[in-house]
Design a protein around this ligand. Structure first.
Ligand code: ZN
Length: 144
């Protein structure tokens, strides 16, 4: 069995943004030489997600509005007025932790015939919820 591990570094200039990882993951799978196996892609920070869905800007704007409705950004520390207990640590990113929990940590994609084995509209994305600093994504591929 072969195993191949890579890390991708991102530094998203906005607080929140969706970034395609698709071409990078395709390239890493090709470079790994693995023809049949699995590819794990996970965010290594707890305020970012990796997810798979449609590469469609309207859907991405819908996600952002939906997440902001569920857990709006608020730097406050008093839940009675919309803030978060987590922000009592001195951070202001409690909403980002919640958004990451909703959108998930990782995806696992099959590798078949040396390529990502995805449905026709499946596309791999990184979702940043507390950007403007360097963060990593782990890519681990195993197989034959
Ligand atoms: Zn935090």
């Amino acid at each position: 069995m072969k195993s191949h591990t890579e890390e991708l570094w991102l530094n998203v200039p906005e607080r929140r943004a969706i970034v395609s990882l698709h071409r990078d993951i395709e390239r890493l799978v090709a470079e790994s030489g693995i023809k049949d196996g699995l590819c794990l892609v996970n965010a290594m920070q707890i305020t970012a997600s990796v997810f798979i869905n449609d590469d469609e800007s309207g859907l991405h704007a819908d996600y952002d509005r939906w997440l902001e409705e569920l857990v709006p950004f608020d730097a406050g520390t008093d839940p009675a007025s919309g803030g978060y207990l987590h922000n009592r640590t001195g951070e202001d990113n409690a909403d980002a932790h919640h958004k990451r929990q909703i959108m998930g940590r990782e995806v696992v994609v099959a590798i078949t015939d040396g390529k990502l084995h995805l449905g026709p509209w499946e596309h791999i994305f990184y979702y940043e919820f507390d950007g403007r600093r360097k963060k990593r994504v782990l890519v681990k591929m195993i197989g034959e």
